[in-house]
Design a protein around this ligand. Structure first.
Ligand code: CUA
Length: 247
């Protein structure tokens, strides 16, 4: 029987702890690799593919760490909770001055943090390099509570956004009143629309279809209804649409 009153004298059952950890890790890895991509929106740009891959990689990286926390929690509940009416167990053995624990902790967390940092910088650089190949520009204006799109070089403005497939688009985003957030969900594009300032973001839509725009900053009573649609059409259809709007 386990000594529930003095865990410092209880030998830790490493085998049990490690098995629980491995089982939880397998479950969370399955969730990261299979469930997360399933829950994410249908991607319509390479940026969104990268976002989903980032979600998967970061979740996989976190899986063994989080699983260890839950495994230790489950182990403690099972062996050290003491049952109803029992005296609370005393503290476990202190780890202060334990070189192996310190070294493993520092090395593993440094490795994980540096990996995530390099991944993040790489993803930012990928997004930034897309902006350099931009061939289409759209001015995006947010206001309570709608989005307006203007296509520079034309007299066209629209409430639904039209984009040509396969062309890199740069959005110049601003606001007429309060801070809004311009988010094309399936393209992984999200940037604040600030009054008096123009922020830019670029994306290359790579799939024909209709996608969703939402506002991501709480901007007043109809914030939740500040939506619009993105129509990704072929470049020929895009030119035809622009001409039909100017006529
Ligand atoms: Cu605009 Cu919320």
């Amino acid at each position: 029987m386990t000594d529930t009153t003095n865990p410092s004298k209880t030998k830790i059952r490493w085998g049990e702890l490690i098995i629980v950890w491995l089982i939880l890790t397998v479950i969370t890895l399955f969730g990261s690799l299979v469930v997360i991509p399933h829950l994410m929106p249908r991607p319509a740009s390479s940026a969104m593919h990268l976002n989903i891959l980032t979600m998967v990689v970061f979740s996989c990286t976190a899986a063994p760490v989080g699983s260890m926390v839950y495994a230790v929690g489950a182990y403690a509940l099972r062996h050290w909770s003491g049952g109803s009416g029992a005296e609370p167990p005393s503290d476990g053995p202190p780890l202060r001055g334990s070189n192996p624990v310190t070294i493993v902790w520092l090395v593993v967390s440094t490795f994980l943090c540096v990996f995530l940092l390099i991944w993040g910088l790489g993803a930012l650089a990928t997004d930034a390099s897309a902006a350099g190949h931009s061939t289409v520009t759209v001015d995006v204006t947010g206001q309570q509570w709608l989005w307006t799109y203007h296509y520079p070089g034309t007299s066209v403005t629209s409430q639904d956004l039209y984009l040509p497939e396969g062309k890199t688009v740069t959005f110049n985003v601003t606001s007429l009143d309060v801070v809004h957030g311009f988010w094309i969900i399936q393209m992984g594009v999200k940037i604040d629309a600030n009054p008096g300032v123009s922020t830019t973001v670029s994306v290359t839509p790579d799939k024909l279809g209709v996608y969703d725009v939402k506002c991501t900053e709480l901007c007043g009573i109809y914030h939740a209804f500040m939506t619009s649609s993105v129509h990704v059409v072929t470049p020929a259809q895009y030119q035809a649409w622009l001409q039909s709007q100017q006529a």
